[in-house]
Design a protein around this ligand. Sequence first.
Ligand SMILES: NC(=O)c1ccc[n+]([C@@H]2O[C@H](COP(=O)([O-])OP(=O)(O)OC[C@H]3O[C@@H](n4cnc5c(N)ncnc54)[C@H](OP(=O)(O)O)[C@@H]3O)[C@@H](O)[C@H]2O)c1
Length: 319
Amino acid sequence: MRTRPFGRLGHEVSELALGTWGLSGDGYGPVAEAEVDRVLDRALELGITLFETADVYGRGAMEKKLGARLAGASVRIVTKIGTLRAEASDGPEPAADKRFDPASLGRAFEASRERLGRDKLDVVLLHNPSEQVLRDRDAAYFLQQLVTEGKLEAWGVSAGSHDVAHRAIALGADVVELAYNPFASRDLHRLSDELAVAPTALLARSVLAHGLLTGHWGPERVFEEGDHRALRWKPNELRHRLRQLDALRPLVGGEVLSLRAAALRFALANALVTSVVLGPRRVRQLDELVREAGPGPRYLPDTALADLSTRLKRYGIAP
Ligand SMILES: NC(=O)c1ccc[n+]([C@@H]2O[C@H](COP(=O)([O-])OP(=O)(O)OC[C@H]3O[C@@H](n4cnc5c(N)ncnc54)[C@H](OP(=O)(O)O)[C@@H]3O)[C@@H](O)[C@H]2O)c1
């Protein structure tokens, strides 16, 4: 497992991180507890040293699980606070049920500390705050204070838009998390100049566009109840998105064996990305992703990337 420097913190983390939203059962439907345990154990075996979660995933159950299963392992856990209950989609829109006032954040932080079983937490992010929350500064200041007091190693923001991420970087966030894939790359690309000079670590999530970019789905794919994708794409929209995958097919070739590998390597190929937050729901999926990340730079041939934006435009994608 290759590693990259974790922003200003000075230590290295694995360039692949394990995200746990899918494993929690929220968002994509239930996962058997034994499989969750196997995925976590396998992630450790494979050398993953960064785990990503949120206090609301499984209503706290995922933090508890990570606290117990990873106890004693030399890994970092990123958690997120500021949401009172799980959102249907964990999407980019800040939901109404958000609490970023210092009193609520204080209670959430203590609850996370308890569930994770650690006196000092590694990384805490504000979970999809609005831009206004960051303009007000109280929430960011609250987390900064925890760092100053030694209760927290690093703070940051999981951002649903360019503007939120931009403001987080300006406030000196240690870590910013953002969606990044060939169909949704504009936010990160617009932040490139800032990120190149800021000591902010960048976590790239949703690198498979929630599974769409694997290219495994047929046009009639139906999502079960409880799967956020049923709300995200109506059948017509899904068929349209699937046709747009043709824009990515030229990335496949040589040692890039599949669309899934191409999408994963697209994120890894960006040197501004500290770690790619994977979302496997089974051990098999995790193994495939780690294998397909490949042996390291170059992740994708420059020639394959060079005309990607033209091709995306041709397919009506404004990434
Ligand atoms: N606001 C936030 O902070 C935020 C928002 C979203 C996500 N995240 C974090 O980022 C992680 C990843 O995000 P995401 O769920 O949006 O991710 P994603 O990586 O784009 O998609 C995950 C989905 O892709 C499919 N998949 C995964 N590995 C596969 C494989 N090897 N082969 C085929 N299909 C595969 C699975 O769907 P199937 O069920 O179809 O197999 C899985 O549910 C989450 O777990 C979460 O921890 C954070």
